[in-house]
Every structure is written in C-alpha cells, then in structure tokens.
Design a binder for this molecule. Structure first.
Ligand SMILES: [Zn+2]
Length: 256
C-alpha cells in the first residue's frame, strides 16, 4: 500500500489520528442521500451526533423534507423485513410515512429543530428567593428501545441579582426541546440543567425528573409500577442542605 490510508469521514475519528479527510465538493455532496450529507457536515465540524444531540445547525433549508422521505423508505424496508404486507394491509399502507413524520417533526423533533427562542430579562427586582417551576409534563423516548417515556420535571432556581430571568412557559419549551429526542433520563436532566445554567446563571439550580419508562411496562419485566426519579443539584442546592430540603419538600410528588 502506498501512503497512509485515507480516513473515512463517516467513521469516528481516533484521538491520535491526524485529521485527514476526504473533502467533497458541494456537487459530490448533493449526490449523496441527505442523511449522509448532514453526517458529512457534522463529522467535518468534529461534532458529536448521539441520539440526544441537537444537529439543527447542520441541516440546510428543505433538507428535513428530504430526510423524512429517506427515513420513510428505510422504515418501509423494516416493515418488509417484519413480513408485513403493507400493500394488502390498509392499516399499514401509510405507516412508514406516518412514523417518519412522527419521528422527525414530533417525538425526535428536538434533534432537528433549533433551540426555541427565549427572551431573557435582567433581574431588575433583584429576586433572590427560591423559585420552583413545575410540574412540567415531559415526553421522551428511551435511546435503548425507542419506547415512550412520560414524566414530570420540577425546576428549582435560586436567582441572584445578575441572573437572567426567563418566562415561566419558556422552561416548558426548553424542557420539551431537550426531551423530544431519544434520551437517557440521567443525561436528559443534565442537558436541561446545562441549558438553564447557561441562560439563567443562578446561584443554585435543582432539577427533579420522575418518569415512567414504557420499555419497563411493554416488554422485559413488564413491571407496571416502577418510575424512575433523577435529580441534579448545583451551586447553592449542593452546598446548602436546608435549601435542598425546602425544594424537595415543596414538590407535590408522592414520596417514598
Ligand atoms: Zn428502554
């Protein structure tokens, strides 16, 4: 073999490897399936694209419609592999199309659409009392089985005079944007905490999420009662046990 092998840009880069890339012209890119085009841009920018990452910055105008068609065609293949007669069975005739649309526009939409616009206000009243937002109903899907996750989130904020305040409904919008992706509950609450920390910059931030994982009900152990609870405590909530207790005692969730 002559010279080092060219790295396939679609494969994850190894840490020690030189950033050799196969550069493609716009023309070559245009000939690729849209998912490959988007992936090429992400890999070129050296960005992560896990199931719960947002990739909106790499999707150009009009490409989501194209992506829906590509996903639809692949889902049609899945139905075929499941030996379902989608031509004869009127119920599954349009299923691939419906599911592709549901994934991209709705249940995984938080991967493909940019962060919702949120106006921040300076804390002119210098509010510094514990604020609790919730319960916010959240819907997600687990990354492992792509089964639904339904739950509630409570957010505790201890602002300081430099904090930016955001409208109450915006907490729900940001939560929805983060949850509308294939998620892992522990990572979802951390992502939500990071987003709020960056925007609000409070002295303390606490998040509790309690959710039902349908992969527990529908398959596996078929346990119908289990819910998963996760929390993130930052800043003052981490240091001050009284504040933490106050927050937890104000959550109207069933204890124990
Ligand atoms: Zn699962």
């Amino acid at each position: 073999m002559v010279g080092p092998p060219l790295r396939n840009p679609l494969m994850p880069k190894k840490a020690a490897e030189a950033p050799a890339r196969i550069f493609r012209s716009e023309e070559e890119l245009a000939a690729l399936p849209v998912s490959e085009r988007i992936r090429y841009r992400i890999v070129s920018a050296d960005r992560r694209y896990h199931a719960n990452d947002n990739i909106a910055a790499f999707v150009r105008e009009g490409e989501l419609a194209e992506l829906k068609s590509e996903v639809q065609a692949k889902l049609q293949e899945v139905l075929r592999a499941l030996v379902i007669d989608t031509d004869g069975d009127h119920n599954t005739n349009e299923t691939a199309k419906r599911v592709a649309k549901m994934y991209i526009d709705e249940v995984f939409g938080g991967r493909y659409r940019p962060m919702p616009a949120v106006t921040e206000f300076p804390n002119v009243e210098r509010l510094n009392e514990l604020m609790i937002v919730g319960p916010i109903t959240v819907r997600s899907a687990c990354s492992h089985h792509m089964c639904p996750i339904f739950g509630k989130v409570w957010i505790g904020i201890l602002p300081n005079e430099h904090s930016n305040l955001i409208g109450l409904s915006k907490y729900a919008r940001i939560a929805d944007w983060i949850m509308s992706r294939p998620q892992i509950q522990e990572e979802a609450v951390t992502m939500l905490a990071n987003e709020l920390q960056d925007r609000v910059r409070p002295d303390g931030l606490a998040i509790v999420m309690e959710a039902d994982h349908f992969c527990m009900h529908w398959r596996g152990v078929k346990d119908t009662d289990s819910a998963m609870v996760n929390s993130v405590m930052r800043g003052a909530f981490l240091k001050d046990a009284n504040l933490r207790r106050e927050f937890l005692s104000l959550l109207p969730r069933k204890q124990g």
